[in-house]
Ligand binder design. Structure first.
Ligand code: MOS
Length: 729
């Protein structure tokens, strides 16, 4: 059952509307909050005139820094110090919350709140006067700087040298479902229905900031319309909803408008990445430096760890990598799908492509020539690595051997320039502690739980399959529930870790359950299994039996019914200490091959096709896994050709804070993308051999497209996105 392409168990609920998202939850007497955002990026609020808003019938509260309850956000959580002072640090910072008895009234009233400001002159770009550079203590939990061998000496003497800077723009996550929360207090108990990537981490953070015990907070997240990192941390609207619910004594719902999604929730920071490569004339890497400058806020640290991928992807003996933050007047950036690896792979894999042309070696051959047999960043073997198989299968399916090496050498019959490009993909295999429970009912059905969330990835389905296999029942007999802090603890759906973490716990709980059932039968004189040893027994098809005599056995349901208990529950807590050193380095690997067609007169780029192959250990559901890889690949196409949040360089405000002008690909931009799942067994990464797959699809895909554009046009665009004007000038 693990591995089968089972259809989504929540699919019918989603397409019929039965699946309730946070904003759709209903409790009596709901009030509606609408956030008033700052229209400046730096300065102070000098006055808030709420008289007209307050005069509207149905308005319950206008909360500002003058009347908001005090909160305990730490200095490192400046964006969560909501309505605490008059200071403004970024575009669209919440400066007031209007609460009314309807969404329409609250929206109307919010538009009538008049905010006066004392504007400071903002630094609006990374190179503006007033922007300051700093060395961070860490780059997203990695060391910011590394050194191995002697970069300077070997680079100086290298026969072939490259030195280029690659730029990725500010991007916003824009999940289809905007941020949304319903919060209400029952006495001192706070309940929050939230579009969240992790209910337990949300509970911890909200309890701390609101100054209540964790046991007083329940967070529920049943269905989520995408997160991509933006729903990983605690955000302003959740706290504002809880604060307003306290102040009004009513349940408060807040949902953001699309432009507000470009406000206080973070984004992928702009990066400027200098890559220097020293190589032999044969293309063998001798030296590499990858120096990253990452967009940062004035008041908190977040670094896009873009150089981390360069530490382990190729066999380069001499290397330095550095990360620096650049502070200016923006919101603190945050995790966005494959934070670091996606932007970093654009730089590294573009530079590798440039090297391939410089030494006249096929780009795929160049990667094989520099294949890393071990992880040089940790000096450890990989727990498994099937990248060669990925390259071979994708190249074969794509028809890479038909590529003519010269740029501008291939055309369609209509005269469009044709380009073939490829790049490598990788993402670390993360995992955290997780717990789960599985219960057998007297009718033979199983309910299983763990408090992880399904952010749209297929977690309900994957964990249903794992529970079914572990217990030994059909998938149809299992109901899996998740997304509630009343359930066994699970980590958040981030860092591509949820399946690897929770599946192992669900499996262990399922095994615990069937062993409890077997023990009941063994101990019961009325059972045909009475007196047998556990080791003699087999499990499957909803029953336990003697392995050598399958006819001798009992249905799980019968064991429960005779036990006199209402049901039997198996439980598991699977601990994983991330700091504990493993003798192995664990990563998923893959590759993308892209074909683009470029109009030589207009510079328009169309993706014609893409073939991507991934090896990520054991795949739990081939159907939903394919969707994950596919979605990630599309994100890379978007990074290459479409996405860019552009600040007005005078005000610092984002000019395209909407889905009309902030471009993402639509169906017409994406041809069939062929996803190859490469078989891989990993005995070391975790008991079930699962590597995460949520983010790797987004690594290397932008570079594959960009490399194809170079092959088509002979023009190297090192600053994304690749727009027609950049190709024509
Ligand atoms: Mo993901 S960016 O680790 O939520």
């Amino acid at each position: 059952m693990i591995g089968a392409p089972v259809e989504r168990v929540d699919g019918v609920a989603k397409v019929t509307g039965a699946a309730r998202y946070s904003y759709e939850e209903q409790v009596p007497n709901i009030a509606y909050g609408v956030i008033v955002d700052s229209t400046i990026t730096a300065g102070r609020v000098t006055a808030i005139d709420a008289r007209e808003a307050q005069a509207l019938p149905g308005v319950l509260l206008v909360m500002t820094h003058e009347n908001a309850p005090r909160v305990n956000a730490s200095a490192g959580d400046r964006k969560l110090q909501l309505l605490q002072t008059d200071a403004v640090f970024y575009d669209r910072q919440p400066v007031a919350l209007v609460v009314a008895d309807s969404f329409e009234t609250a929206t109307d009233a919010a538009s009538r709140v008049v905010v006066s400001y004392d504007r400071a002159k903002p630094a609006t770009t990374m190179s503006s006067p007033g922007a300051t550079t700093y060395t961070p203590p860490s780059a997203n939990q990695n060391s910011p700087d590394t050194t191995r061998g002697d970069f300077a000496g070997t680079f100086a003497g290298a026969p072939v040298k490259l030195d280029y800077t690659y730029v990725t723009p500010t991007e916003f996550h824009n999940p289809m479902e905007p941020h949304a929360t319903l919060a209400y207090w029952t006495g001192d108990q706070l309940t929050v229905f939230d579009a969240s990537q992790g209910v337990f981490s949300r509970r911890t953070s909200m309890a701390k900031i609101l100054g209540v015990p964790e046991s007083s907070v329940r967070v529920v997240a049943k269905f989520i319309g995408g997160g991509f990192g933006s729903k990983g941390g605690t955000n302003p609207h959740q706290l504002l909803a809880a604060m307003a619910a306290k102040a009004t004594g009513r349940p408060v719902k807040i949902v953001l408008t699309r432009p507000q999604m470009f406000g206080g929730f973070g984004n992928r920071p702009r990066t400027e990445q200098r890559v220097r490569i020293g190589a032999g004339r044969d293309g063998k890497l001798i030296a590499m430096a990858h120096d990253v400058r990452s967009q940062g806020s004035r008041y908190d640290d977040f670094i896009e760890n873009a150089a981390v991928i360069s530490r382990m992807l190729y066999a380069v003996p001499n290397q330095i990598t550095t990360h620096r933050g650049v502070r200016y007047d923006v919101v603190t950036p945050t995790y966005m799908r494959a934070p670091g690896e996606s932007s970093g792979s654009f730089a590294l894999e573009s530079a590798m492509d440039e090297l391939a042309y410089a030494v006249n070696v096929d780009p795929l051959q160049l990667r094989l020539l520099n294949y890393a047999e071990i992880d040089l960043s940790e000096n450890k073997p990989f727990s498994s690595k099937s990248l060669r198989q990925c390259y071979a299968q994708a190249a074969e399916r794509f028809g890479w051997s038909n590529r003519k090496p010269e740029p501008r050498s291939m055309r369609t019959p209509e005269g469009l320039l044709v380009g073939y490009g490829m790049a490598t993909s990788t993402y670390p295999s993360n995992r955290s502690s997780a717990s789960a429970a599985a219960t057998m009912h007297p009718d033979g059905s199983v309910s299983a739980t763990s408090g992880g969330v399904d952010i749209g990835t297929g977690a309900y389905t994957a964990f249903t399959q794992v529970a079914a296999e572990a217990v030994g029942v059909q998938v149809e007999r299992v109901h899996f529930d998740l997304g509630d802090t009343t359930m066994p603890m699970a980590p958040q759906a981030g860092g591509s870790q949820l399946t690897a973490s929770v599946a192992n716990a669900v499996h262990a709980a399922g095994v615990d359950l069937r062993e409890k059932l077997a023990a009941l039968a063994i101990g019961d004189a009325r059972s045909p299994l009475h007196g047998k040893l556990l080791g003699e027994l087999g499990f499957g098809d909803g029953r336990v039996f003697v392995s050598t005599q399958p006819a001798v056995g009992e249905a799980f349901a019968a064991i429960v019914r005779r036990s006199g208990q209402p049901s039997v529950t198996g439980r598991a807590d699977v601990q994983h200490d991330r700091r504990q050193k493993s003798p192995y380095s664990s990563h998923a690997f893959g590759t993308h091959f892209a074909e683009v067609h470029v109009d030589p007169d207009f510079g328009t780029v169309r993706l014609a096709r893409m073939v991507s192959a991934f090896a990520a250990g054991r795949i739990v559901n081939a159907r939903t896994a394919r969707s994950q890889f596919l979605g990630g690949a599309v994100w890379g196409v978007s990074m290459a050709l479409h996405e860019e949040a552009r600040p007005d360089e005078r005000s610092g405000r984002y000019m395209n804070a909407n889905l009309e002008n902030y471009l993402v690909p639509v169906n017409a931009d994406i041809p069939a993308i062929d996803i190859i799942l490469v078989d891989e067994q990993d005995e070391y990464v975790n008991p079930l051999g699962i590597k995460g797959i949520g983010e790797i699809g987004n690594v290397g895909s932008a570079a594959a497209v960009a490399n194809a554009v170079y092959h088509a046009t002979g023009k190297r665009v090192r600053e994304l996105p690749i727009t027609p004007e950049k190709l024509l000038t």
